[in-house]
Write a new protein. Structure first.
Length: 384
């Protein structure tokens, strides 16, 4: 199971590291390896959240996500995105931007640093909305019940998440953005942060609205598919379930790609702390992205999210932490190691809580299991 799911990731890792060592030497080998580990640590929460969405898709769209989706993730966000940043900032063409990255890496890094306030505001607002919509929703399973229970009650207020996000954006623009960190020191980027943050919020609302609509359509079509199959057998014809679910799954696929793009912001920017070499960066982040994709599919096929019910909670708390960190980095530099460890810690804590929950439920009788799970909805779970 593991080899089938991670086989392509292992192959890409071996080829990527071998190519780096052959083309540029052992220094490139080490840097590409470090970047791969960095990307995996920063994006583990991405895999957990993606798995929660991917499990709603059929096998066909899961395969599309792992093949076509990885091409978009690697070439779109890990290679094209840094080039686009430079092209827009320096007002040059894409080819000139690549030449700038190869011939003048210091200048390239300066341009990316200057674009960071806009990137952080856009990505921070998108991720913040994901966290707020999760934490403000009333869920049967609660990890940190003392915190989640009152927030769920507040979540009954219409558009509360949007209001909170806009307040956070306004505070950021009036504080961190007035002395934003740029290549020449500090500059007032309040207007840029406001505009980019609103763009991130609009992107979330549009993409989230479309995906929510088609998620509902997908559930209805899946229920209807069983009836159609029985009818088809009686009439001697066949019905394609993939065709019925195709449009809904396609929009969920787009939603996953936007999610991945948002999670990639921190990894791409953090990579510049390790190297200015655009091709080393693409190799390292690309290898890491492969593992994130494989891990997502593994979580779905193994039913890990069903067995460890707090993992999704931990991932969304990590998303909230990443959103806050992105906004703070508009003014203050924060090591990507710290960012990665925060996410790993929160997910590890949720995993441990899930294990303790499963052990506690296993010790009670079948008749008491339902009562224990019902009690869990209002009590703080062991190990939380």
């Amino acid at each position: 199971m593991a080899l089938r799911t991670f086989g392509w990731s292992f192959a890409v890792t071996a080829l990527g590291l071998a190519f780096a060592a052959w083309q540029w030497g052992w220094e490139a080998f080490g840097i590409v390896l470090i970047l791969s580990v960095l990307e995996i640590s920063l994006s583990f929460d991405n895999a957990v959240v993606n798995a929660g969405i991917l499990k709603r898709m059929n096998a066909f769209w899961q395969k599309i996500f792992l093949t076509v989706g990885i091409l978009i993730a690697v070439f779109g966000m890990r290679l094209v995105f840094p080039v686009v940043i430079v092209a827009i900032s320096a007002k040059v063409g894409p080819i000139e931007a690549v030449e700038l990255a190869v011939d003048q890496p210091e200048r390239y890094e300066d341009l990316v640093t200057d674009a960071h306030p806009a990137i952080a505001a856009f990505g921070g607002m998108f991720l913040l909305m994901i966290f707020l919509d999760f934490i403000l929703e009333d869920r049967d399973i609660k990890w940190l019940a003392r915190l989640e229970r009152p927030l769920a009650r507040l979540g009954r207020i219409d558009m509360l998440s949007v209001c909170v996000a806009l307040i956070a954006l306004l505070v950021t623009a009036l504080t961190f953005a007035t002395h934003a960190h740029v290549s020449t020191g500090y500059a007032d980027k309040a207007a840029t942060v406001l505009l980019s943050g609103v763009a991130g919020l609009i992107t979330y609302l549009v993409v989230g609205g479309l995906s929510g609509h088609f998620e509902d359509r997908l559930e209805e079509e899946e229920e209807h598919a069983h009836e159609e199959e029985e009818k088809a057998r009686a009439e001697g014809r066949q019905v394609s379930v993939v065709a019925l679910a195709g449009k809904a799954a396609f929009f969920l696929f787009l939603y996953l790609e936007v999610l991945d793009a948002s999670f990639s912001f921190d990894g791409v920017i953090g990579a510049f702390a390790v190297t200015n070499h655009i091709f080393w960066m693409a190799l390292g982040l690309g290898i890491g992205a492969m593992y994130v994709r494989s891990l997502t599919v593994y979580l779905v096929r193994q039913g890990t999210l069903d067995d460890y019910v707090y993992l999704e909670h931990g991932a969304h708390y990590a998303i909230g932490a990443l959103a806050a960190i992105l906004l703070v980095t508009i003014r203050h530099e924060i090591s990507e190691i710290v960012t990665g460890l925060v996410g790993v810690f929160l997910i590890a804590a949720s995993f441990v809580s899930s294990v303790r929950r499963n052990r506690a439920l296993a010790t009670v009788g079948e008749g008491a299991r339902g009562a224990a799970e019902e009690k869990e909805k209002t009590d703080v779970p062991s190990g939380a």
